[in-house]
Ligand binder design. Structure first.
Ligand code: GSH
Length: 235
């Protein structure tokens, strides 16, 4: 899918997709009814879904619905009982979550090359990599909640250290593996982009690049992809 090469961020991409969507007159065939993606602009899990949508040419079929998962009165649990974004409402009205499920669903809707391999060893390799990068994200988010939302006198240093160790081991594993990825840009690599981007966005002072030259080079190369540049978190 050819996307215009320009730098932007996830919110700008969402705005641009939404405004283009408004100008499309829908004949109400199932294919033309927009899906809805409940999102927050800084969520790395949403970013995964947006990269998949852009890479597969599906972005214009998705209406973006801003959602604050943390708002006490949010109606998000109606679509996701876990009250997390992303949640995707399909054209048939079914609400799907979480990001691996949404990404695989989106990948089933297009005729191009599969971002989530359908079978064989490549599938497990990619799903394992996705799980590893999602796990880095889960640890980074847990650390952020602990260090920014929890009252200072109630913070648990051991918990923060535990998340730091999980993130460091995960990044070391990626450093070992990334030389073997070649030009692959599938669901595993997409999730790695989201994880590294989130660390840069929220923990810029803790330089994950230190002693990870191969992963650093891989990220720099990947940053040039339009789907990656257009979804870079800013805020
Ligand atoms: N495993 C989920 C994680 C989703 C998630 O944690 N989303 C965050 C935003 S980045 C959220 O909605 N948090 C609200 C909460 O934890 O209550 C996925 O892959 O979609």
């Amino acid at each position: 899918m050819a996307e215009p090469a320009r730098r932007g961020n996830l919110q700008e991409t969402i705005d641009s997709v939404s405004s283009r969507l408004k100008h499309i007159r829908f004949r109400r065939r199932a294919k033309d009814i927009p899906m809805k993606l409940r999102f927050s602009a800084t969520s790395p899990y949403v970013r995964k879904c947006m990269i998949v949508a852009l890479e597969t040419g599906l972005a214009e079929r998705i209406e973006m619905v801003p959602t604050n998962a943390w708002a006490p009165d949010t109606d998000l649990p109606r679509d996701n009982p876990l009250s997390k974004v992303p949640a995707l409402i399909t054209t048939g009205g079914e609400a799907l979550f979480d990001s691996p499920v949404i990404c695989e669903y989106l990948d089933s809707l297009h005729d191009g090359h599969r971002l989530v391999p359908e079978s064989g060893g490549a599938r497990w390799t990619q799903m394992r990599l996705e799980a590893l990068a999602d796990g880095i994200l889960d640890a980074a988010l847990a650390k952020r909640v602990e260090t920014t939302m929890r009252p200072e006198d109630k913070r648990w240093p051991y918990w923060i250290e535990r998340q730091d160790s999980a993130i460091a081991r995960g990044l070391d594993a990626l450093e070992e593996e990334c030389a073997g990825w070649g030009d692959d840009f599938l669901i595993g690599q997409i999730t790695v982009v989201a994880a590294l981007g989130y660390l840069d966005f929220r923990f810029a002072a803790e330089d994950w690049r230190n002693s990870r030259p191969r992963l650093t080079a891989w990220q720099a190369k990947t940053a040039k992809r339009p789907s990656v540049a257009q979804t870079e978190p800013k805020g």
